[in-house]
Design a protein around this ligand. Structure first.
Ligand SMILES: CC(C)(COP(=O)(O)OP(=O)(O)OC[C@H]1O[C@@H](n2cnc3c(N)ncnc32)[C@H](O)[C@@H]1OP(=O)(O)O)[C@@H](O)C(=O)NCCC(=O)NCCS
Length: 171
């Protein structure tokens, strides 16, 4: 794969990021947003309290993630994150690079763990990627997601502690 660069997102990336996000929510199989989801809300989510990064190949943004505290105050030592890769670029290792990058950033920022609040159980790419990078399913939310094709499916809460810097890679 041509060199992939991951860097902080700026507002100049907003259009590319919104294009990717719209594309990944369109099938209704991965994230709890529907066709009514608005660009301004996206902007608030991705350029608000969470810090966004983009993966760039050449001068094209092909993926992104955001990372920040899952809660304020006494829950602020646990991070949460969201990842998205442009559909045409999925399955080529970009998602793995983004998650690895976010793990390093979360550790550097002093977070003690990362929690994914809502991983659609049928989203094999996400569940497998997270599992391979050390996340466990710690809870199942029955029927929490209204899948566009499959109807009500479960969502997982997934968690990984960050105490052990050497344990990023699948054992
Ligand atoms: C989930 C997502 C970020 C993964 O990114 P990706 O670039 O497609 O994933 P990668 O190519 O890096 O693959 C990551 C790992 O998962 C595995 N994997 C990928 N797709 C898979 C699938 N459909 N079934 C099983 N395993 C899969 C790969 O084998 C790879 O493992 P390896 O690195 O050990 O070989 C991407 O598919 C995406 O943006 N999906 C839509 C939005 C989304 O679901 N976001 C996450 C919400 S929780």
């Amino acid at each position: 794969m041509e060199t992939l660069r991951i860097r902080p997102a700026t507002v100049d990336d907003l259009e590319s990021m919104w294009t990717i996000f719209r594309a990944v929510i369109a099938p209704g199989d991965a994230l709890p947003f529907d066709e009514d989801f608005e660009r301004d809300t996206f902007r608030e989510h991705w350029f608000g309290t969470h810090a966004a990064s983009v993966a760039e190949q050449g001068d094209e943004v092909i993926g992104m993630y955001k990372l920040g505290a899952n809660h304020a105050g006494r829950g602020a030592h646990i991070a949460s994150a969201t990842y998205a890769v442009a559909p045409a670029m999925q399955g080529r290792g970009v998602g793995r690079r983004l998650v690895e990058h976010s793990l390093a950033r979360a550790r550097a920022a002093g977070f003690r763990g990362i929690q994914f609040n809502y991983v659609v159980s049928t989203n094999a790419a996400a569940v497998e990627l997270y599992r391979r990078l050390g996340f466990d399913i710690v809870g199942t939310l029955p029927g929490a997601f209204r899948h566009q094709r499959l109807g009500w499916v479960d969502a997982y809460v997934m968690f990984r502690a960050l105490e052990r810097p050497e344990s990023d890679v699948e054992g």
